[in-house]
Design a protein around this ligand. Sequence first.
Ligand code: SF4
Ligand code: SF4
Length: 517
Amino acid sequence: MRNHWQSVRVGLRWSALLWLLLGSPWSLAALTLADARQLLPEATALEPVAAVPGLYRVADAGGAPALLFQTDDFVHIPAYSGSPVNLLVGVSADGLIRGVRVRSHQEPILVIGITDADLQAFVAQLEGKRADDRIRVGAQGRAGYVGIDGLSGATITAMVITRTVTQAAANALAAYREQLPQTPAAPVSDPAAATATGPAAAAVPDWHWSWQQHRLRVIVLAAALVVLLLVLFLQDWLVQHKTFFQRLRVGYLLFTVVFIGWLWHGQLSVVNLLGFARNLAGGFSWDSLLLDPVVFLLWAFVALSILLWGRGVYCGWLCPFGAAQELLSKLSRRLGFAGYMLPQALHERLWAIKYLLLIAICGLALDSMAKAARMAEIEPFKTVFVMHFERPPLYVLFALALLAVTVLNSKFYCKYLCPLGAALSFVTRFRVFDWLRRRVECGHPCQTCANECQIGAIRPTGEIVDNECHYCLECQVTYWDEHRCPPLVRKRRKREVNRAGADTVIASDATAESPPG
Ligand code: SF4
Ligand code: SF4
């Protein structure tokens, strides 16, 4: 078994290396008059600006001359996928955006959930605005900003597209103006001479804006993460107060499902990891990572907690889909349905499925993020928490089936299918702390915790499999419970017998010593 995991790890490392090698930006095809006419239907001529590669002058019978370019030639802002979105942009002399079309992208949410028409409708909002306007998604009515509507479920992509267009336009216009003294005699080539466009980059960074806009959720989430840290540090004390701990845990899981998942769309995904790898390969950018404060805070916490305690802290407390499954299986057990555990040998072999899925997704991402994103549909997260079940019936049925199966076998999806859980498991072996307590009797012969662990993360031999453990702390509640943990039960009984014996002796002594009535 150990050899098997070693080869899986080696495979993943090679995948990452190949990715780094292959992740370089692609070269762009030259623009044609037909391209120009997509944005400027009355364009009559197109000529490249010799001194600025990728920039074209367009003579337009219907209006002022314009500049035409692809954003990839002027800016590199990684989007959700870790790759930039390439757009065709027409901009006029004074920085007015004349037209925008999406040329290519690797955004998974767009491939799956949002149509091309939605995307074009979104970018069409930029037409008629100035490149140096402070254009922000959702900033309607805010002084100093020009607000546009977002793309539902694709906030990061929408923000990156907006910034890509304005920043690329500012860069293209600046480059164009710089070369003007060398080409003074070109009337059609003079569009940008009259008005200097202020650099869009001078505005507040997008992530800054996003954090300000979501200040309340940042505060609430930060407080919740502090509470979780306290739970982890005080775990030995908390689990000895069983009722309080169990209520606290159910409350936390509800918070995770409702706030992190349903309202804030903070469900992490294996696609985030692919995007991060591409971001690294394409010239790392903090700006893109910081765009969604909830996702950023969660990943930062996951990075910390994985190295200290393992993947279980995220899977057991902060993953909305994991929390939803656990609440459902707790409810079903409360209603008297115990569920079924698979035989141990089969259970351990099925763990491999999630690692194989992860490898397949990483392999596909080397070819195309769109293909990887389709494969990553094994994650029902988008259906449940981003789209709120408003998807084609097949996706909805799949998500509902995974939620229903948790009643039969607790967290079935997490145990056997989740590629994100598999990815997090790899890092778990580097964790620093081992705070889950065990007794010499665990597994020899006691099987109480092993039978109770709903994740099946305790082997019959007694040891906890860290890669699989979800850090729910249920086994720690049992560890301290004098009525459930057999070694403690024996000690308690012995103590009670001794006490009862002592009480009997005292009582008989007292009887013997009492004066006859
Ligand atoms: S295994 Fe996957 S779905 Fe389950 S808790 Fe972990 S990340 Fe969430
Ligand atoms: S019961 Fe113990 S071993 Fe099982 S998942 Fe919870 S903390 Fe991990």
